[in-house]
Design a protein around this ligand. Structure first.
Ligand SMILES: [Fe+2]
Length: 183
């Protein structure tokens, strides 16, 4: 699978999604999915969250801050880190469905195994794994990326109660109010 995002081919993110362990767990997610089907944790959801996380950071003019604060080498490296966090954040969801194990914790462990094979360096691996671990619960001492990922995950679930979204009605987003669109 190719991952062409904007003008950049995200080579490491592409390597990540082609990793056999990534593919295996995404497959398990889809197979263990529970109702409602529109609340899936499939590749589409992961890509949505990756894109929204990146947009949130760009909109706030925070990309340079993130590069510096995290000690990353470039804006492209930061983009690959952001995308990796989005693409991995719910990878362990099936484990929660089937065994009751916290998906953020399990997902961060899987991420730690997969990321070095995609040539993410140890600092980047720590940043991504921390964000994956933090994403499902808001807390006071969240990392920058963990907070953005959490917010993007919520925003990815916006389903307005319009006629043409009728089949999706009943699914509520934690942030579904007008302020969601003013962030
Ligand atoms: Fe999610």
């Amino acid at each position: 699978m190719h991952l062409l995002i904007g003008v950049n081919i995200l080579k490491r993110a592409e390597r990540l999604i082609n990793d056999p362990l990534y593919a295996e767990n995404m497959e398990l997610n889809v197979r263990s999915e529970v109702e409602p089907k529109s609340y899936q944790h499939d590749f589409r959801h992961h890509l949505d969250v990756a894109r929204i996380t990146y947009i949130l950071i760009l909109e706030n003019n925070d990309l340079n801050y993130f590069v510096k604060e995290s000690g990353l080498s470039s804006k492209l490296a930061a983009k690959e880190v952001i995308y990796a966090a989005g693409l991995l954040h719910d990878i362990g969801k099936w484990k929660e469905y089937t065994e009751g194990i916290d998906h953020a914790l399990y997902g961060s462990r899987l991420a730690r195994e997969i990321l070095p094979r995609a040539f993410y360096n140890p600092r980047e691996v720590d940043i991504i794994c921390r964000a994956v671990y933090e994403h499902s619960n808001i807390s006071r001492d969240m990392s920058f990326l963990g907070e953005k990922l959490h917010r993007a995950d919520n925003l990815s679930r916006v389903y307005p109660e319009k006629e043409y979204f009728k089949e999706l009605s009943g699914i509520k987003n934690k942030e579904i109010n007008i302020s969601s669109f003013e962030y």
